[in-house]
Design a protein around this ligand. Structure first.
Ligand code: NAD
Length: 546
């Protein structure tokens, strides 16, 4: 444990040019003052847990000090949560969509107004830099605005061509699934909790949410804010506990499961959902590649690569862990990229100013350290970084660039989920595309070129759910009207856009038959009916009916 306060620990890391980077101001506030016991106690009342629950302690990654004691729910509590949610859902679903959407729009305004409160919580629970915490506010506000404004369009009844033109009146309607079981990880506790839940709510569902215990306060804060914006309190139930203990109970009762986390756990969740014949969307891991083509703006690409690799200290599912650079620009690119990486200010102040914060836990630090040490032992070179920084806080690790990584090294194909990137050189576009597509994952990628048409053509050949041209990840992720998610081992289903809300609905077709049945009638026998229908089918095709 470190005895540092969360204030003013930003520093350049060794290897940076002398002269120093400014220290991030923390406004004199510590984690203890920003997240007082009274706030924790108030938020904890939002957890569905028995009267005498077990209490689990969490730790602030920035400093290693105690953060909160949180009540743990049991599988029986999960059952109670579903009962309460189910009861609240019926009345909520009966409201017109516009009334539900108004809650999201009010939430948007409240979130922007009170963002400092949640920025403190996100930093305290995850250890990330404030700028990276703000990205969560940005993403959630965008989702609130989009679904607040667009939900009516997504959910409205749609006329469809009937079985028989004129005689069959057909409408496709969208019904809420009921109670959604939502299991979320620790790395983006605001966005991957409430950000994903907004479309579920506006579609008329209730939710039982199991956040990661480490970051539960952020979700509980968002729940309070959404209730203030008009959400009925029982509609969003929060249960907290060990994933393998209460996670299966959530899946057991849910009408639909939305899961974000590792591929390993995702497979387990998918199997449980499949056994119950309920749908699931799975947002899983990645080993994302960035391609710097021969005609890239090397300065812009180097700055973009820093954002791509080190946002939230690399604990971002869409962050870049493989940099593929055309040999002709590799030296120029690397010189700039490494210099920018060296100049990053590491810090843990509860204020803007640091460029990168801490890892979240000993587990993340261990994986990061192991990937780098194993690679170095097997012959890789550290271009910058490559070591933990216990002087800053218990889980800090320097942003690290590796060269000479080969396939037998774990860091080559396994997700590190830390501030580590490996650089590879390529000679042809063909080679770069093949290398980018060479892992079982398929989450995000990034292509840098001055020729935008070429960038989009290369993008079309990449097997990832999102591709950013001349941006790291924010262009695609921030395009909330378009789907975002993974191919291959990176998942199933999509958040954002139409997919992101329709997954929380059941399609229902209501077809009304008029004047005559679709069966022999008006004195036609079976054979005559078949002949009339055969003629009818030919006519419909000739008339270009769809
Ligand atoms: P994890 O799979 O260990 O945990 C995720 C959640 O699942 C937690 O709430 C955990 O308590 C719960 N859980 C654990 N075991 C469970 C079980 N048997 N049944 C049900 N729930 C269970 O993942 P993590 O380490 O918390 O998160 C990091 C991973 O998440 C990384 O692989 C990252 O790439 C991925 N991720 C993906 C996205 C995306 O959008 N694709 C976003 C963020 C993180």
């Amino acid at each position: 444990m470190s005895d540092l306060t969360a204030d003013a620990v930003a520093t350049e890391h060794p290897g940076a040019p002398a002269g120093g980077n400014p220290t991030a101001p923390g406004g004199g506030r510590t984690v203890a003052t920003a997240v007082p016991r009274s706030l924790v106690d108030r938020l904890a009342t939002g957890v569905t847990a028995t009267a005498e629950p077990n209490v689990v302690e969490t730790v602030a990654p920035l400093t290693g000090e105690r953060l909160a004691g949180l009540p743990q729910s049991t599988p029986a509590d999960v059952e109670v949560a579903f009962q309460l949610a189910r009861r609240a859902q019926a009345a909520w679903a009966a409201l017109p969509v516009r009334r539900r959407a108004a809650v999201l729009l009010r939430f948007h305004d409240l979130l922007l107004k009170r963002q400092d409160e949640v920025l403190d919580l996100v930093q305290a629970e995850t250890g990330k830099a404030r700028l990276h915490a703000f990205e969560e506010v940005l993403a959630v506000a965008m989702a609130a605005r989009h679904y607040g404004r667009a939900a009516q369009g997504y959910l409205k009844d749609r006329r469809r061509g009937g079985a028989l033109p004129v005689l069959t009146h057909t409408v496709e309607a969208r019904r809420p699934k009921g109670v959604v079981g939502h299991i979320s990880p620790w790395n983006y506790p605001l966005e991957l909790c409430v950000g994903d839940l907004l479309p579920a709510f506006v579609a008329g569902n209730a939710v039982v949410n199991k956040p990661d215990t480490q970051t539960a306060l952020t979700g509980l804060w968002a729940r309070e804010l959404l209730i203030e914006a008009g959400l009925p309190a029982d509609l969003w139930q929060v249960v907290i506990g060990d994933g393998p203990v209460i996670g299966p109970a959530v899946v057991e009762h849910a009408d639909y499961v939305s899961f974000t986390g590792s591929t390993r756990t995702g497979r387990e969740v998918a199997q449980r959902a499949a056994a119950r014949l309920v749908g699931a969307s799975l947002e899983l891991g990645g080993k994302n590649a960035m391609l710097v083509l021969s005609d890239a703006d090397v300065d812009a690409a180097a700055a973009g690569a820093v954002r791509a690799c080190f946002s939230s200290a690399g604990q971002l599912c869409i962050s870049i862990e493989r940099l593929l650079v055309h040999r002709s620009v590799a030296d120029r690119f690397l010189e700039r990229f490494v210099a920018r990486t060296r100049a990053l200010r590491l810090g843990g102040g509860l204020a803007y100013g640091a460029d990168m914060g801490s890892l979240v836990s000993a587990r993340q630090l261990e994986t990061t350290t192991r990937h780098v040490e194993e690679a170095v032992k097997a012959g890789a070179t550290v271009l910058t970084g490559g070591r933990a920084r216990p002087d800053l806080g218990p889980y800090f690790y320097e942003p690290t660039v590796l060269d000479g990584v080969t396939p037998e090294m774990a860091v080559c194909a396994e997700e590190t989920f830390g501030p580590v990137v490996a650089v590879y050189r390529f000679d042809t576009e063909e080679e770069a595309v093949a290398a980018a597509n060479s892992t079982p994952y398929g989450l995000n990628s990034s292509v840098w070129t001055r020729d935008l048409r070429r960038g989009r053509a290369v993008a079309a050949r990449l097997r990832t759910g999102t591709v950013n041209v001349n941006e790291a990840y924010a262009a695609a992720y921030g395009s909330v009207a378009a789907p975002m998610g993974g191919m291959g081992d990176s998942g199933l289903g999509r958040r954002h856009g139409a997919d992101g809300i329709l997954r929380f609905t059941e399609a229902q077709t209501i077809a009304t038959q008029r004047l005559m049945p679709i069966a022999p009638s008006f004195g036609l026998d079976d054979k005559q009916f078949a002949a009339v229908m055969t003629g009818g089918l030919r006519a419909l095709k000739a008339l270009r009916f769809k």
